[in-house]
Structures are given as C-alpha cells and as structure tokens.
Design a protein around this ligand. Structure first.
Ligand code: SAH
Ligand code: SF4
Ligand code: F3S
Length: 525
C-alpha cells in the first residue's frame, strides 16, 4: 500500500485475526489467490447512519487482515457484504433491491455473500433472507464484525465437506449479540476517509422513542473505556485525521450506565470530560460528535462547547416535532419550550454555532395544528439545516400499532386523504427549511472561511470540495498554482481559506485565497 492510497489501514492491538479461525481463513485466501492468480477481493455495501459506516470500516479492516484486497464493485468481488439499516422502510427496500441483484451474479458459489447490520436483528428480515434469498451465505447481527472470520470459515468448511454451496444461509445472529464487538478493545479499521475519522464512543440506545427501531436492533447503551477512545483518536490523528467525529446514538449519556453500575469515573468520565480531553490532542481541525438528545444536553456540556474552540461550532440536536402533544407520544421527554431554551443557551454561549435537526412528518395522530407548531419552532430556532423524514411504521415499535395506513393516521383529524396530506406537510416543511438554510448560508457571502479539503471533483478536477468547521459543504476553485497543472496541488487533508462568492441552499461556492496548513500526507504525483 502506498502513502497515496485512498484508504488507510490501522491494525488494532488486540484485534481479531490472530486466532486459529482467522489463520485458517488466511490460508484459504492465499491458496485461492494462488489458484486464481490474483488477490481475492471484498466489497461492502453500507446502508444507514455513520455508526454503520464505521462498522463497515471495521469489517474492511478485518477482511484486510485476512488477506483480502478491497474490490471496486459487487460484480467484481469475491466476498460481498451488506451492512443493513432498518430505520425507515425505504432503507429496507433498497437493501432487498441490492441483494436481489446479486442472484444472477452468483456463479459456482462466488461471490460469497454475507449480510449483517440492523435488519439482521429482526426475525422478519432474517426469515425473508432465508426463504427468498437462499444464495446469501451467512447472516450476522448488527455490529458483529468480529464474527466475520468465523462466518467465512464455516462457509468455506461447508463447501469443502459438502462439495457444494450449503444451499441456505448460515445464521450466526444468535452468537453475535447487538454491537458486541465495537466496545471491546481496539479493532482494525480501514478508514474510507483519512482526513475524517469516525470513532465510536458508545453503542445502543436506552431512549425508546416510540417510532424508533434502533433500541431493538442495537441493544442497550454501552460505552467504550475513555482511554481506548483517546488512544484511537490519537492514532487516527497521527495518520492524518483532522476532523474527528465521536459517534453514539445519544452521546450525551456516554458512560452514564457504567457509572451507575459503580464503574470508575476515570474509566468512564462524563461526555463533557471526554470531549475536553480529546480536544487537547494536537493537530485537530475540528472535533465533532453525534447525536445529542435534547433531554440529556447538560449546562456542563453547553459550557464546554462555548469554551473550547476546536469543538465544532455546530450541534445536531433532533427536534422531531414542535408539538408537545406529539413529543409526548414520541416519548421524547422534553417539550418545545425546553428545546427552544437549549437553542437560546447554545447561541448565547457559542455565538457562531449552527444548529441542525431531524424532523418527522406524519407521526400517528399528528394534526394540522401539531404540524404548524413544528413550523413555528423551526422559525424560532432558525435551524441552519434539517433532515426531514416522513414517518415510517417500524414493526415492533409502539407507534406502529397506532398507525393506520389505509384510512388516516391521524386520530383527531377527519381528513381521509392521508397520503396527500402528509406529502403536502412534507413539502411545506422542506420549503421552510430551504429558506432557513439559505438564510444561514447567505450570511457567509463575501467572508473568508477555513475549509478542510476532501478532494477534487471527478468530472472537473479543478473544482475542489471540503467542509467548514461547522460542516457546511463548500465547492471551490483554486488559483492555477494550486490546481492540477501546478506543483502545489491541493489535496485531501489540506486546510485552506476560501472566500465565499455564492451561497446556495445546501452548499457554498468560493475561491481559495490561501493555504493555512498542508496535510501530513506525502504529496501525490
Ligand atoms: N440517535 C439519533 C438518530 C436516530 S435515527 C437520534 O436520536 O437523533 C435518525 C433519525 O431518523 C431520527 O432522528 C428520526 O428523525 C428519524 N427516524 C427514526 N425512526 C423513524 C421512523 N420510524 N420514521 C421516520 N423517521 C424516523
Ligand atoms: Fe432512536 Fe430515540 Fe434512540 Fe435516537 S434517541 S436512536 S431516535 S430511540
Ligand atoms: Fe439504521 Fe441501525 Fe443506524 S437502524 S440508522 S443503521 S443504528
């Protein structure tokens, strides 16, 4: 691997890959490579959130330790893994489309197909795979990447002994508990993006919002020991990470369960303490974290955000709904007034902070008045960005039982044309957010902002893209000497000053005025 490779591979200290199972898979990989006269390759298709993105980076790290190389597509790879998401119906559907497309590709047992992630924590999906997609070779639970060597070994052994594809997926979901690998020690990671590192600090969720499947697929909250997190961040930074994102479904309650159980607070400090410690690490451009729950966002944390400049001047704080009635039914445990008081404190404490949010339209029982309350809170909070979703019933969650898709999903509203009403609300919500997002971006026109470079566009190599400290997307051009023809070529990981020429709803356009810092990486020819 050269220093100009897109990906970077870090081997953890007590990683899987040094046991007998891994050794036997590694031997098989090298025999097959010799037989085919080329390296064996893997491809991972990931659905869902950053937690899943990072789990896939760990899966890629494990497969690399086993001797596989990263392939360019599912069609051209020997092992294909699907890391699934179940948060909304469209995530499920997209996965089934992809796995269905694998059928004609499967010839003489290849590629070996494995499925893991949140959908595989639900019997309904596990059974669908077994009955409808029998050419899948193995199934693992969410976050169960350390079991990949074992799954591969079982598939290989079954083939050797039965001289054929076993004919049905090997179900290892019962041995792979939700997210059991992630919090235990250090794992190998093959990062997709060397300048931006995703670091898991905790897994699972205890909140049980009534619409959400995550607590059922990811289990209860479990935090990693702070020293392991800090070590991983330092390692990532030494390898060129300038943007570090600490991940958890509810990062504000990092370590809470462990401290309640009587664990040493030095091992599991508060999230504010962890954030403050990581912020001391040299060479960080920005320290990010996601997701915060409004109910657990403490004054201590708001003060830390206000005091430490390297902590991002941005927070993702999902509102979900602006109606107290709906928030109660969602089991969110805050009301609109509390949410707005947090927004006020955040803006007072860190005046440059941007706030993004998640919003759900069409939750069972949502009336026009409830919906208008959401619009009002949005206006008052002046969200800089929002992810907007139409409510999707998830089997097994309380809200799914309140949902009636045929007549109306609103208890107090007589409008029977339910789908059209929800679509109309969704469009009104998006229109309002587009205006707020543009208002937020247009303030930057004419100003200079620091941007962490992600690379240049494939279609026009002289147009670069990157993100500001508050995570706004910036597309920009650079003077000749910094563009492709010059020898001072900009590359991922550089930090530049960009003058913003033009604001759009989802991005900014600008021109580089100077280079602030070069990336640690060797410059590529
Ligand atoms: N732990 C994070 C992220 C959860 S999933 C949090 O609490 O914010 C990301 C977003 O998906 C949620 O914030 C919510 O807005 C949306 N979401 C979750 N379940 C949904 C459902 N059943 N239908 C529509 N949107 C949903
Ligand atoms: Fe889901 Fe709520 Fe947990 Fe977020 S906090 S993962 S929305 S249950
Ligand atoms: Fe999806 Fe699981 Fe993440 S359901 S949003 S991949 S935690």
């Amino acid at each position: 691997m050269t220093s100009c490779d897109k990906t970077l591979f870090t081997q953890g200290a007590n990683e899987p890959g040094k046991d007998d199972v891994s050794e036997s898979v590694r031997n098989w990989v090298s025999e097959m490579s010799a037989y085919f006269g080329r390296p064996l390759t893997f491809f991972i298709k990931t659905f869902g959130c950053q937690q899943n993105d990072h789990d896939s980076e760990i899966a890629a790290g494990i497969l690399s330790l086993l001797g596989f190389h990263e392939g360019i597509s599912a069609e051209k790879s020997d092992v294909v893994l699907f890391n699934t998401c179940s948060v909304r119906a469209n995530a499920d559907d997209r996965f089934y489309g992809h796995v269905g497309n694998m059928k004609p590709l499967k010839k003489e047992g290849y590629p070996i197909i494995g499925v893991f992630g949140c959908m595989m924590e639900q019997d309904i999906h596990v059974n669908t795979i077994k009955t409808t997609f029998p050419y899948v070779d193995f199934i693992l639970g969410a976050g169960a990447m350390t079991h990949i060597p074992q799954a591969l070994e079982s598939v290989i052994n079954a083939r050797m002994t039965e001289k054929r594809n076993a004919g049905k997926p090997l179900d290892l979901t019962s041995i792979s508990l939700p997210s059991d690998s992630i919090t235990s020690g250090e794992l190998p990671v093959k990062r997709q993006n060397r300048q931006r590192a995703l670091i898991t600090i905790m897994t699972g969720c205890n909140n049980f919002c009534t619409y959400c499947i995550v607590p059922y697929t990811r289990g209860r909250e479990k935090s990693r020991i702070a020293a392991d997190v800090v070590r991983e961040v330092k390692q990532a930074v030494s390898e060129g990470a300038r943007d570090v994102m600490l991940l958890g479904q509810n990062v504000n309650s990092y370590g809470v369960e462990e401290r309640k159980r009587g664990e040493d607070p030095a091992l599991y400090p508060t999230f504010s303490e962890l954030l403050s410690e990581i912020a001391l690490i040299d060479r960080l451009f920005v320290l990010r974290y996601m997701t915060s729950h409004p109910c657990d966002l403490s004054d201590e944390l708001i003060n830390v955000i206000g005091r430490i400049p390297v902590i991002e001047p941005h927070i993702h704080l999902p509102l979900q709904s602006g109606s107290d009635h709906i928030l109660k039914k969602m089991n969110r445990r805050y009301d609109a007034a509390h949410y707005l008081s947090l927004v006020k404190k955040l803006r007072e404490t860190r005046p440059d902070i941007t706030i993004s949010t998640d919003l759900i339209v069409g939750f069972p029982g949502e009336t026009e008045d409830d919906f208008r309350a959401t619009l009002r809170v949005m206006e008052e909070a002046r969200f800089d960005a929002a992810f907007t979703f139409i409510y999707s019933p998830r089997e097994g969650t309380p809200a799914a039982r309140w949902f009636d898709s045929v007549s109306s999903n609103r208890e107090e509203d007589n409008n029977t044309n339910h789908e059209a009403t929800i679509r109309d609300r969704f469009e009104r919500l998006t229109a309002l957010q587009n205006r707020l997002s543009y208002d937020s971006n247009v303030k930057l026109e004419g100003r200079e902002v620091a941007v962490l470079v992600d690379g240049s566009s494939k279609r026009s190599p002289d147009i670069f893209s990157g993100r500001t400290r508050d995570h706004r997307l910036v597309n920009f051009t650079a003077p000749d000497r910094m563009s492709l023809s010059g020898n001072n070529l900009l590359q991922a990981g550089d930090i530049v000053l960009v003058r913003i020429d033009h604001a759009k709803i989802y991005s900014l356009e600008g021109t580089v005025t100077s280079i602030l810092e070069r990336s640690l990486q060797t410059r590529c020819p």
